[in-house]
Design a binder for this molecule. Structure first.
Ligand SMILES: Cc1cc2nc3c(=O)[nH]c(=O)nc-3n(C[C@H](O)[C@H](O)[C@H](O)COP(=O)(O)OP(=O)(O)OC[C@H]3O[C@@H](n4cnc5c(N)ncnc54)[C@H](O)[C@@H]3O)c2cc1C
Length: 390
């Protein structure tokens, strides 16, 4: 293999370049990215960048030392076997890493609508968050909650409109109800069970015909994998780029990583596509191993964090209707956790609010598939690692 092309210069893309060199690949590497920026981290965009604490989140990676031909502002347009078609001509490859991430979903309507995916989005939105501005945020998910936090910190009048009955419902189900009081305490008008019909000049029109007046509208209703450019390539696509447990796609010499990859998880016996920073960080080493002929398996316990309304919220695992065990009292205490426990008393997921030890220990228990003593688990004074069944 002489030439590896990496498409997408986000975290997963740059980590792929690093992994190639770390594994001794001495050939040519070309990294293309449609943004005109060096690779940067996205989690701070809705946190420290929006709060005005930093302007740059560039990934600490020495592209010169990695001897990578980095082409910013170049987008992939199509794929044929052995060739990536780009906005700047064709690139022949022996190995290809697809790391094109995901793009925010926008809603109907001709009113101005902000999304938050890029550093440019974040800086543009930050400039609009000035005291007294009426901000309407669509979606009380991770991004919506973090934008609401920053907008209130900037003394904006904030309304969050959420179609589901609780915040964070897609990720946490009914557990998201424990975060409702955070919105009220921060002075955010949270409207649950409220669907948006369209984004119009001057604000939102709701499904019941009423309006929410706003000078700034932010849509945070999720993302879709950026895979349009792969249409017609013969590559199997289904909710992203389909890969096996080694992150190999259906085409030879092509692997996929990060937000755009839907990989087969041995641990969960199902396909997973996880839009988490930790996945973009960890998957490239396995994908690159596969590209270079090794058979590493990607099988992590997914991990995610969020900082909202002064709380550090961390989640690890994957849950699917298991029994819920609460550790602590969310109504009375700023520190609490929720454990999802399967019928055989194995921990499948943990949510930790201001309890980082629960997260670290819970993640380890999930990885090991250990059985737990459920009664001890319900006592927040007992460390999670001391809750294993005899
Ligand atoms: C505002 C925000 C806050 C977040 N906060 C958290 C958090 O707190 N915790 C957490 O775990 N995760 C968080 N995430 C998610 C995390 O940032 C993503 O999971 C991670 O960025 C995925 O990395 P990636 O490299 O796969 O994709 P991306 O970061 O999306 O990078 C993909 C790159 O590919 C480029 N690209 C797309 N199509 C093409 C093409 N055709 N040709 C060339 N280039 C292309 C894109 O422009 C982009 O630069 C957050 C995300 C956002 C947006």
């Amino acid at each position: 293999m002489n030439h590896v092309v990496v498409v997408g210069a986000g975290l997963a893309g740059v980590r792929s370049v690093e992994a190639l060199r770390a594994r001794g690949f001495g050939g040519t590497i070309t990294l293309i990215g449609e943004e005109k920026h060096r690779p940067y981290d996205r989690p701070p965009l809705s946190k420290s960048v929006l709060l005005g604490e930093t302007d740059s989140t560039v990934v600490d990676s020495d592209l010169d030392a990695l001897e990578v031909d980095f082409r910013a502002g170049v987008a992939a347009k199509g794929l044929r076997e052995g060739v990536v078609e780009t906005t700047e001509g064709e690139l022949a490859y022996d190995g290809l890493v697809i790391a094109t991430g995901a793009r925010p979903i926008r809603l109907r309507g001709d009113g101005p609508q902000h999304v938050l995916r890029t550093i440019d989005d974040a800086l543009e939105l930050r400039a609009l968050l000035v005291p007294g501005t009426k901000v309407a945020i669509i979606g009380a998910g991770w991004i919506g909650a973090e934008v609401a936090t920053a907008a209130r910190r900037a003394d904006c009048e904030v309304t969050v409109v959420e179609a589901a009955g609780v915040p964070l419902s897609a990720a946490l189900g009914p557990v998201g109800a424990h975060t409702v009081s955070w919105y009220a305490r921060a002075g955010v008008d949270l409207r649950l069970g409220t669907a948006v019909a369209s984004v119009d000049q001057g604000g939102l029109t709701l499904a019941d015909g009423s309006a929410v007046e706003a000078g700034v509208v932010v849509t945070g209703v999720g993302v879709r994998p950026s895979v349009e450019w792969l249409a017609g390539s013969g590559l199997e696509l289904e909710n992203g780029v389909v890969t096996d447990e080694h992150l190999r796609t259906s085409l030879p010499g092509v692997v996929a990583v990060g937000d755009c990859a839907a990989w087969w998880s041995r641990r969960y016996g199902r396909r997973m596509r996880v839009e988490h920073w930790d996945t973009a960080l960890g998957a490239p080493d396995v994908a690159v191993a596969a590209l270079l002929g090794d058979d590493a398996v990607y099988d992590p316990v997914p991990y995610f964090w969020s900082e909202q309304f002064g709380h550090m919220v961390q989640y690890a695992g994957h849950h699917d209707g298991e029994r819920l065990i609460l550790r602590g009292d969310p109504a009375a205490d700023a520190k609490w956790a929720v454990c999802w426990v399967a019928d055989d008393h194995r921990l499948t997921a943990v949510l930790a609010v201001n309890r980082p030890r629960d997260l670290v220990q819970g993640r380890r228990l999930i990885e090991r598939g250990q059985r737990l003593d459920v009664e001890r688990l319900a006592d927040p004074a007992v460390a999670l690692r001391d809750c294993t069944a005899a």
